[in-house]
Write a protein that binds this ligand. Structure first.
Ligand code: BF8
Ligand code: SF4
Length: 635
């Protein structure tokens, strides 16, 4: 059992309440699963055909091949490819919904006005379209046409969303490896095919196919979703609010949005404001919306909605007894929420045709009836407020001030105060002179195998102390927000001296009157595309390959298949990518070696696994120093 479940004081408080209230949590279920299956942990079991299941004996005493003859190397590589493809499928499905929304919005068929003309024109012109016309809807439909052409591409040409946005040097590398994706759906289908019984038995070929899935994820998932969402809802700009369960309010209707796609949560935020009077009519002071997981990050970035908590504490949000409704869309939603909600007055509301949970209320959400569904959901929360039992309510008094909203546009906007002509120059100059040693992106989840948030927070503190600038997304961003690493005081407390000086200078120039936070919140997991865009822009400014930059990535506590896909994309971008939890690959020496070293020579990036936070920071710093040295920069 873990010594401590979490370092988040609000979560620890709610765990005590959960025990007192007789609520089972993810940590109880984790304990009940011990010991976890060794074959599964090593990745050496196969269920790809019904002659199996087959498993390989890791000690060399029993079978070394499955019934069909597949070796441990083949089984591990096939399993990994399927996981990466599954993660990519989640992001591409998300992006597809956003493309469809932009299409229907531009056709005037749904009530989603286009919010960001500037982003629309920028994307259109990047795709080689004439972006100067007056008619925004017509332009949006042109952009949609390109996205749909990728989704339905029957030719052998690579996806245009990728060729238009990826670094040119990388395109050449991917082409030489034969991993340029054509049509995301086709590639995901091919990965499933390639891993069925009696197909690919070459671990190298299977891992290159995984790299291709990483590119599907990066460009047809992350990048496409973010671009569409920015056009529809606006590109984030700095906002200030708070994070952690203390943002819930005893005398307000508390409505939590949980999941990933902002198409629903944006409407909830709108209608929660519009229907505040109805909440007052039942005796509440108003409606407090707060976010869990990535939809929380989406509405934080664009609307300044506070963050409730991240993945591992989603049940604990309900244990406060103060949540009147939790509405979910897709991904990372624990089925156990229905059981927890049933112990309180909380309405758990599912909305999507592919996410139904017995015990939850299902209110179908569609783009066409988005406003009606959102009103119905907000009214359900208001009605539930009257049923709240004050004796069951305890809101932990923990919250941290955060500044978020750091899109690439917001970052370059702040830097433009120092150099209007070349906004990236101040950043690049400070990296070159060593004031900023390098940049690390911390991304991804919580994983119950790790004390909640500890890896994110401990590793990032070590990086900051060494003058490494940190940008964050996903549940990593939640963790760092809760720990006070996303406000100006955090800069004073945790940033090394030269990093502090740079953040102070930029903060002053941008008119904040205080330093920029030491960790820049760049959004949800699909917003890892923003980090990709920033890296791409810096590489272009320097005329260098992304693999040469003193930049690294880390998923300190990954749990989801999506985290593996994002990590694979980062590696394909040539970036060293740390994982703080060992993925199920150790059953194959060959696959492990290829992922952490063997493929670096051809692709530029590599996975780096280290399960101690401070060691991991040191490893990333060593990697950054090696890249600096290769660029001829001082350390
Ligand atoms: O897409 S970080 S636990 S919420 S998978 Fe899930 Fe992982 Fe959180 Fe966001 Ni990303
Ligand atoms: Fe066993 Fe091969 Fe079937 Fe996998 S594909 S279950 S290894 S026989």
């Amino acid at each position: 059992m873990l010594k401590t479940q979490s370092i988040d004081p609000a979560a620890l408080d709610m765990l005590k309440k959960a025990a007192a209230d007789g609520i089972e949590t993810v940590w109880d279920r984790y304990e009940a699963q011990q010991p976890q299956c060794g074959f599964g942990s090593l990745g050496i079991c196969c269920r790809h055909c019904i002659q199996g299941p087959c498993r390989i004996d890791p000690f060399g005493q029993g079978p070394s091949r499955g019934i069909c003859g597949a070796t441990a190397d083949v089984i591990v590589a096939r399993n990994l490819l399927r996981q990466v493809a599954a993660g990519a499928s989640a992001h591409v499905d998300h992006a597809y919904d956003a493309v469809e929304a932009l299409e229907l919005a531009a056709q005037g068929k749904i009530n989603y006005p286009i919010a960001d003309e500037h982003k629309l024109r920028a994307i259109a012109s990047g795709l080689g379209l004439d972006a100067t016309g007056e008619d925004l809807n017509a332009l949006a439909l042109e952009v949609v046409k390109v996205a749909y052409a990728d989704m339905g591409n029957h030719s052998r040409k690579p996806m245009q969303w990728l060729t238009a946005h990826a670094p040119k040097e990388r395109l050449a590398v991917w082409e030489s490896l034969g991993i340029l994706p054509r049509n995301p759906d086709r590639e995901i289908r091919e990965a499933l095919h390639q891993t069925t019984m009696g197909m690919d038995a070459d671990p190298v070929n299977l891992l290159l196919a995984a790299a291709k899935q990483g590119l599907v994820d990066g460009y047809a998932g992350l990048k496409l979703a973010t671009d569409m969402q920015d056009i529809l809802f606006g590109t984030p700009a700095p906002v200030v609010t708070e994070a952690n369960l203390g943002v819930l309010k005893a005398d307000y209707v508390n409505l939590i949005v949980h999941g990933h796609v902002p198409l629903l949560s944006e409407k909830i935020v709108h209608w929660a404001k519009a229907l505040a009077g109805e909440a007052e009519a039942v005796g509440a002071k108003g409606i407090q919306v707060a976010g869990v997981c990535c939809t929380g990050n989406e509405v934080l970035m664009r609307q300044g909605v506070p963050l409730a908590t991240n993945y591992l504490a989603q049940e604990l949000a309900l244990v406060t007894g103060a949540v009147d409704a939790m509405v979910v869309d897709v991904q990372c939603i624990m089925p156990s929420l229905a059981q927890v909600a049933s112990c309180y007055h909380t309405e758990l509301i599912t909305t999507m045709p592919i996410v139904k949970i017995p015990g939850a209320t299902h209110i179908p959400f569609s783009l066409e009836r988005a406003d009606e569904a959102a009103q119905e959901i907000v009214r359900k929360a208001i009605a539930a407020y009257a049923k709240r039992d004050p004796r069951k309510v305890r809101i932990p008094d923990h919250r941290s001030t955060i500044m978020a909203g750091f899109s690439v546009e917001a970052i370059t906007g702040a830097l433009a105060q120092l150099d209007a002509e070349q906004p990236l120059k101040p950043l690049v100059d400070n990296i070159a002179n060593g004031n900023i040693l390098g940049v690390v992106a911390t991304v991804g989840c919580n994983n119950v195998k790790v004390t909640q948030d500890i890896f994110h927070v401990e590793m990032v503190k070590e990086l900051l102390k060494n003058n490494v600038l940190v940008v964050a997304t996903g549940c990593s961003a939640h963790a760092l927000a809760k720990a006070g690493l996303m406000n100006s005081e955090g800069t004073g407390q945790y940033a090394g001296p030269t990093l502090k000086a740079v953040l102070s200078a930029v903060g002053q120039a941008a008119g904040l009157g205080a330093p920029l936070p030491p960790v820049l919140h760049m959004g949800s997991c699909v917003d890892n595309s923003r980090i990709g865009d920033l890296v791409t822009a810096i590489a272009a400014y320097l005329g260098a390959d992304t693999s040469a930059l003193p930049v690294a990535a880390s998923a300190p506590e990954p749990q989801h298949e999506k985290a593996l896909s994002i990590g694979t994309w980062a590696v394909a971008m040539g970036i060293t990518t740390h994982l703080g939890v060992v993925p199920p690959v150790l059953g194959s020496k060959q696959v492990t070696e290829l992922l952490t070293d063997g493929l670096t020579g051809v692709i530029g990036g590599k996975f780096y696994v280290e399960t101690d936070p401070v060691q991991a920071a040191q490893g990333l710093i060593a990697d950054i120093r090696a890249k600096r040295q290769a660029l001829g920069l001082t350390n």
